[in-house]
Design a protein around this ligand. Structure first.
Ligand code: HEM
Length: 316
């Protein structure tokens, strides 16, 4: 007999475990008063609309993930709620991580922006007048998967079984097994300040080399580097991982240089520990050097139900 490595429920996850793509659109929406029934109806149509756009260009590998915020969950659904769903927790420390409005996240990925754009347009039309878009980011691949700080971003993402274990809910919340959580933050970079650093100083901020993307040895890696603060371990010394799909975005005319941070996790506490280390600092007083050149202007936490849940939302 074969071993079933899937979560205890065989419900189909949304397309969370998609590799980084060349193009992405992120829509953050707020549900209008009284828009709940309309939104629930649209959720059931998402997979069909995704097929309508995606099937015309299979090699474009269009995917769509929908996240639902904590307050929105209670407005949309009766019955049990995901165990760890709560509003994004604002952080005040050495740096500020704001919590901003967001009832729904639409995370679109494809090899081409036109596919993301077409599906974003169709979803937006269907969601009107039930919800309004409060933030829209068009992300692009920047050379060899670099962020606008110039560093390769995404290298240490878990793969295969490790990725599934890091992001998909299992027996800890059986009613929502196969689901996930996602945190988004929109960051703007101070490129003049960053560019004034030497390459060595930039490498010290990240904890990896810039050209070849090699991790620094533990004795070389500064304790306030991004890597040092984001490698966290459980009581057995095993690394607690998340799955990131950051995308660069920007507008040259207004000097806007951004990173849209997207982190999927099975347990928001793991990601919140990373944010705590970055923004507030560790017990030793180290906080993240990249935040001296990066300002978070949004912050949201969403639950990502399974595809089966979305196709047939309770009460729809
Ligand atoms: C690693 C950039 C925000 C968690 C990295 C790396 C870069 C990077 C360049 C090294 C290569 C890699 O493994 O991907 C950025 C930028 C950010 C940002 C530009 C925003 C301005 C965050 C946030 C979190 C986070 C908010 C978590 C809350 C991680 C983790 C790693 C990582 C877990 C991998 C650590 C390892 O296993 O070596 N990031 N990051 N990052 N980042 Fe970020």
């Amino acid at each position: 007999s074969t071993i079933d490595a899937r979560p205890s429920s065989s419900a189909e996850p949304q397309a969370v475990l998609t590799p980084l793509t060349e193009a992405s659109i992120f829509l953050t929406l707020v549900i209008e008063p009284g828009g709940e029934d309309g939104v629930r109806g649209v959720l059931g149509d998402v997979s069909g609309l995704r097929r309508s756009v995606g099937f015309r260009l299979p090699e474009g590998e269009l995917t769509c993930v929908i996240g639902i915020g904590s307050a929105a969950w209670d407005r949309l659904f009766d019955g049990p709620r995901p165990r760890s769903l709560h509003p994004f927790r604002e952080l005040h420390g050495a740096h500020h991580a704001p919590s901003t409005p967001g009832d729904l996240l639409v995370h679109l990925r494809a090899h081409r922006l036109d596919m993301c754009f077409e599906l974003a347009h169709l979803l937006r039309n269907r969601l009107r007048p039930h919800a309004r878009v409060v933030d829209e980011v068009h992300g692009f691949r920047f050379f060899d998967e670099r962020d606008l700080l110039g560093f390769v971003d995404g290298t240490e993402n878990p793969e295969g079984n490790a990725a599934r274990t890091a992001v998909l809910i299992g027996e800890e919340d059986p009613a929502f097994a196969g689901g996930s959580y996602v945190v988004t933050q929109k960051y703007l970079h101070d490129m003049d300040g960053w560019d004034a650093l030497s390459t060595e100083e930039q490498e010290d901020a990240i904890g990896r080399t810039k050209l070849q993307d090699i991790e620094m040895s533990d004795d070389r890696k500064p304790p306030n580097s991004h890597i040092a603060l984001n490698v966290i371990e459980d009581e057995n010394g095993d690394e607690k991982e998340i799955l990131r799909f950051n995308m660069p975005f920007g507008h040259v005319g207004t000097d806007e240089f951004g990173t849209y941070f997207v982190g999927y996790t099975r347990d928001p506490a793991v990601l919140e520990q990373m944010l705590q280390n970055m923004f507030v600092g560790t017990a030793e007083g180290h906080h993240d050097r990249i935040l001296d050149f990066s300002t978070a202007i949004t912050g949201n936490l969403y639950f990502v139900p399974t595809a089966d849940f979305l196709d047939d939302p309770p009460g729809a």
